[in-house]
Design a protein around this ligand. Structure first.
Ligand code: H2U
Ligand code: ZN
Length: 351
């Protein structure tokens, strides 16, 4: 036996969903910190902001006017990164043709980008919304996955939210985005390969098995309800990264019944409330769902889940940067996933 436990010394952990490794340096959390620790400015926001392009009744940049919506509202992004009418061009086209193999590979990419307003209220976040109102957001996400996924050339639907200026959100009005793609983006492609390989080897679902281990060990759990579990994954990269999983095997949001949708609304509300309590600030993050490709094939091994990637490390203003070794080598973290989970677990998530 080792004199020192594995987790007390530098070690690396494998992300089962991507196959990639993260370096964990638990001993470094003892090092002194002399960086600035600021108090965040007091937040006071209007319920309706006449200058907000997402509030009901207001004009957007392209000249469109938002309807007087009362629940959720979806529109095509006026500055869409992907366009549905991009002409399809030959795959793997080498711009340096006739070189073989081509070194300058490019492919056209069609897509549809939408914006989803979660609430007509300008001043709310998911954490402040009533569970019944978050449930409407869940239904909207499911409907959008179904609608966009049914388009013959759409093979992947990425639903996500950038929360807070630190993560690039352009507006505090509660909203997310959806990008529907012609091809699988990098992250879902890695997850597809890993889940498929595990299923081929064992005949079982990777995330069903992983969740069973996490429920047994308990030390990385954050909060849960009858249908859902939020945990800091064993391989988390971001200090307070979480993975949100349904307890039973579901592939897509559209597969969820009414109770499981209510359960998802509840877990999202409670997790974001915990995040806001951690440093007493509206916690910035990028979150999103990973669902099966929408190319008409069956993906029985795909387990629906959401990732939360929050950048904050020590306070409302001290964030983690992915720099240096992380950009050139691999991601690295100091506080352990177990320590992060414990801190989130100890916070209250009710009013
Ligand atoms: P983010 O806050 O995550 O950037 O999302 C807001 C999106 O809203 C952004 O992608 C779009 C931007 O292109 N937008 C419009 O579609 N219309 C507008 O009038 C302003 C912003
Ligand atoms: Zn607004």
């Amino acid at each position: 036996m080792d004199a020192q436990p594995l987790f007390a010394a530098p070690h690396r952990r494998q992300n089962l969903l991507t196959g990639e490794w993260v370096l964990v340096s638990p001993h470094r959390t003892a090092r002194p910190w002399q960086g600035m620790v600021e108090q965040p400015p007091g937040e006071h926001r209007l319920t309706h902001d006449p200058a907000c392009y997402l509030c009901p009744g207001n004009a957007r940049a392209g000249g469109a006017v938002n309807p007087p919506y009362t629940t959720t509202f979806v529109f095509d992004n006026d500055f869409a990164a992907l366009l549905p009418n991009t002409e399809p061009r030959e795959l793997a086209l080498g711009l340096d043709a006739p070189r073989t193999p081509p070194l300058l590979r490019a492919e056209s990419e069609r897509g549809i980008c939408r914006v989803v307003c979660f609430s007509p209220r300008h001043d709310l976040t998911l954490a402040d919304m009533a569970a019944a109102d978050i449930r409407r957001v869940v239904d909207t996400w499911a409907d959008q996955y179904a609608e966009l996924g049914a388009i013959p050339w759409v093979r992947h639907v990425q639903i996500f939210e950038n929360r807070g200026a630190m993560m690039g959100a352009s507006n505090p009005h509660p909203h997310g985005q959806i990008w529907a793609d012609e091809r699988l983006p990098n992250e879902p492609a890695k997850e597809l390969a890993q889940q498929r390989a595990y299923f081929a080897e064992t005949g079982r679902c990777l995330l069903c098995d992983y969740l069973a281990v996490e429920l047994e060990q308990g030390e990385r759990l954050v909060c849960d309800n009858e249908h859902w579990v939020a945990l800091v994954p064993f391989w988390a990269i971001w200090p307070f990264e979480t993975l949100v999983l349904p307890r039973v095997h579901y592939g897509a949001l559209t597969d969820l019944g009414a109770e499981a949708r209510d359960g998802l609304a509840d877990i999202l509300r409670r997790l974001t409330r915990r995040y806001n309590r951690l440093f007493n600030v509206t916690f910035p993050y990028s979150m999103g769902f990973h669902q099966p490709p929408t190319d008409g094939e069956a993906y029985p091994f795909w387990h629906l889940h959401a990732h939360f990637y929050p950048p904050l490390l020590r306070s409302a203003t001290v964030r983690k940067f992915m720099v240096g070794y992380e950009l050139l080598g691999q991601p690295q973290r100091d506080i352990t996933p177990e320590g992060a989970a414990e801190r989130l677990r100890e916070l209250p998530d009710q009013v």
